[in-house]
Ligand binder design. Sequence first.
Ligand SMILES: *[C@@H]1O[C@H](CO)[C@@H](O)[C@H](O)[C@H]1NC(C)=O
Ligand SMILES: *[C@@H]1O[C@H](CO)[C@@H](O)[C@H](O)[C@H]1NC(C)=O
Length: 269
Amino acid sequence: MATLTLLFLFAFCIASSDTVLGQGCQQCVVESQKIQGNSYFTYNKKCVEYKNCKCNCNGSWNCPAENAVDHCRQNVSIGCSFCNVRGQRFSGNSNFKFRDGCNEFNCFCKCDGGWNCPSEKTINICNTNINTGCKYCDVNGQKHEGNSYFTHRKECVEYKNCMCNCDGSWNCPGENAIDYCRQNVNTGCYYCTIDKMKIEGNSRFHLVRDCYQYSGCICQCDGGWTCAHTTGRYVCGTKRGKVRYSSTKVSSVQKITSSQGSYQKSSEE
Ligand SMILES: *[C@@H]1O[C@H](CO)[C@@H](O)[C@H](O)[C@H]1NC(C)=O
Ligand SMILES: *[C@@H]1O[C@H](CO)[C@@H](O)[C@H](O)[C@H]1NC(C)=O
């Protein structure tokens, strides 16, 4: 009976001491996981992976910090830290971009987790087309693509073949402009304006002035007009005379460019 009790006690001691039979070492208990004594193991705690942890024979254990990898802060496959920029994570040793308002920042994430966005690579996406790299031309509130032609209407005048340059400057040649208030769009001729009469360019007309009637007056295409004196006929009685009336051409449409007065937009810095 006494022998049996002793045997039980012995068995109990073995079970409670976490001793591994045969090796004579205790197990290490790491977060409810049992590790064999006198061995190395890997241990994960949240983001951190500890390698080369040592379970000692007496049941104590330790994980050296120098072999630990923080997966939340490092990309293990390339051995570089992430860059955390405004809640976004970017891989080390790589380019990345982000936007803030009108600015697109083109940045580099270094291997150590530091990053920088050089100002010369920052693009204003509000005034630049990032696909072409050209600035938009702002012509009286209208936006035109850089490096392209456009048509612009300002009051009576329609400018064709305006050029928007890549740097945001622009110009509209006067030769291609049509003044809808002063020109007949179909013929391209200017009207002759005489005593509030609007006469088609390239046509003949009658004019009565100071009792003389002039027939066969000519309105030229350029808006100038003339009534030869020989055609004047006195219409107020019997008196006769010779008078000549004429006008020079109207001034044609001036060219407008981005560098003229308030109607302009010079290239930006
Ligand atoms: C357990 O063993 C380790 C390694 O041999 C030793 O450094 C440590 O002091 C020991 N701890 C105890 C409580 O004996
Ligand atoms: C780690 O880097 C590799 C290689 O550049 C990449 O393919 C992978 O997406 C990166 N991992 C994370 C989580 O960013």
